[in-house]
Write a protein that binds this ligand. Structure first.
Ligand code: FPP
Ligand code: MG
Length: 350
């Protein structure tokens, strides 16, 4: 496949079409915290755009900056900033840590969209759809390298956290690719995949924020544990979105996971079910990746399947555990924000 459009600048996305940041959707009760987070997120945003813009070769910057320009929820930077609230959030290094977490995330999306064959991301063409697969993968690597450089400036603990997290992301994605080992329970395998590909980075974001702000070790531990639980819940909610999101509402194409044959939790639970009413759905799913011609039918069958409420029940249990972990933290406005995040994940629409 040839590398396309490498000579251009970034796609020039229209700012009004950018996905709303999570902070805007959370409607936090505490105005001071809200303002502080907004200002910090603006600094993160400026820095993120500058990373690609400052590339020695503007053609590299064009590919590497495509997704950052398209926007996104900025969940990971928000988690870094909230983690920092449990220490001294004004300390040097907190904003930089937030940039690192988002760069790793964007790098992973470059690779993920190639692997899933996803045509869009954040409501714009995915990086590989715009620039070709090889350029998308390499620009993802470049972003990961930039994140490593920034972590090196923060010191060995940040380097360690960043490296370990990148390793967990890749291992999680690899486990997804290889599937369960012979005899391994597919649902247990699924949760291991999620722990790597999603929970690791959410947990790291909270941890690196707390670390940079000098929060006490016990607080850091509780925050990272919460991050692991929130991360799994977040990805289960993502699985549900793939089946439910009306076209375009989430910035993703509905059924992308089904077409790619990703064994999401609703798929695994449907396959494990024994209800005769689900026999047609089971047959479609058992045959491998759903062909485009059967996608509408599969989505319709899912809408009536008990696999969806069962998946929701698993999601809500994780969120309850996450809320319990938060009980160990000081009762700061940031803790209320983390509780609000649980509600957001429970009702996620994008
Ligand atoms: C989205 O999952 C994917 C991830 C959260 C992580 C993907 C990780 C890699 C590709 C490993 C490479 C990592 C680095 C750091 C270079 P999804 O496809 O279920 O969700 P989606 O609907 O948002 O695509
Ligand atoms: Mg994907």
């Amino acid at each position: 496949m040839s590398v396309r459009h490498l000579s251009g600048t970034t796609a020039g996305h229209r700012p009004e079409l950018r996905e709303k940041s999570l902070l805007d959707r959370l409607a936090l009760d505490d105005p001071e915290l809200n303002d502080r987070l907004r200002e910090s997120l603006e600094r993160v945003e400026t820095w993120l755009l500058a990373v690609a813009r400052d590339a020695a070769d503007p053609r590299v910057g064009a590919v590497a900056g495509h997704l950052a320009e398209a926007g996104g929820k900025r969940l990971r930077p928000l988690l870094v900033l909230l983690g920092a609230e449990f220490g001294e959030p004004w300390r040097d290094g907190v904003t930089q840590a937030a940039v690192i977490a988002e760069l790793v995330h964007i790098a992973s999306l470059h690779h993920d969209d190639v692997m899933d064959g996803a045509g869009t991301r954040h409501g714009v063409p995915s990086v590989h759809a715009r620039f070709g697969e090889r350029a998308a993968v390499l620009a993802g690597d470049w972003l990961l390298a930039r994140a490593s450089q920034l972590a090196a400036q923060l010191g060995p603990e940040a380097v360690q956290l960043n490296a370990r997290t990148a390793g967990r992301l890749v291992a999680g994605q690899l486990r997804e690719l290889t599937g369960p080992a012979p005899g391994e329970d597919p649902v247990a395998h699924y949760f291991q995949v999620l722990a790597g590909k999603t929970a690791a980075l959410l947990s790291m974001a909270l941890g690196i924020g707390a670390l940079q702000a000098g929060a006490p070790p016990a607080t850091l531990t509780a925050l990272t544990e919460y991050g692991e639980l929130l991360g799994v819940a977040f990805q289960i909610a993502d699985d549900l979105l793939d089946l439910r999101s009306p076209c375009g509402a989430s910035g993703k194409e509905p059924g992308t996971d089904l077409l790619a044959g990703v064994p999401t939790l609703p798929v695994l639970l449907a396959l494990e079910g024994t209800d005769p009413a689900d026999a047609e759905l089971r047959a479609l799913l058992a045959a491998g990746p759903v062909p485009a011609t059967s996608l509408r039918r599969t989505l319709d069958l899912f809408a009536r399947s008990p696999a969806l409420p069962e998946t929701e029940a698993v999601l809500y249990r994780r969120l309850d555990r996450a809320r319990t972990v938060l009980g160990a933290l000081p009762a700061l406005p940031a803790r209320d924000a983390l509780l609000a995040l649980c509600d957001y994940v429970a009702h996620r629409t994008s």
